[in-house]
Ligand binder design. Sequence first.
Ligand code: CMP
Length: 139
Amino acid sequence: MNQRTLLIVKPDGVSRGLIGEVIRRVEQKGLHIVRLRMIYPRRKCMEKLYDIHKGKSFFEDLVSFMSSGPIVAMVVEGDEAVRVVRSLIGPTDGRKAPPGTIRGDYAISISRNVVHAADSLERAEYEIEVVFSEECGDF
Ligand code: CMP
């Protein structure tokens, strides 16, 4: 089934010069980038993006980190895109992510893990709306 999902290169990925690498892997897989936006996100927008983690111990660090620098958000389209993009990025914890995945190859931390991707079709729709809204941030 053709789907659209959200993929974000986080501030650590941008500052480490990994935008091109992430895009390359997405395109190499045969997925299509149908929207692309670089923004310096407002704190409020990142709170909205991560609403499901509100109240968790890492929420404050997560939101501050995500609004600490520019991010690159993209809408990725393709067959089973939600699941395929999640498999490209690998598990959340870079220490556990297998080599060959983006996190497995570029992260050794859970909080600075280079990328984020929606984990369901419902979340993808919600997160795309949040991050691509005008008030999320500008550059
Ligand atoms: P992400 O896929 O962006 O979704 C939520 C983020 O919270 C996650 O990646 C991690 O970067 C971050 N995070 C920090 N600490 C934890 C933790 N203990 N468990 C899960 N996610 C965490």
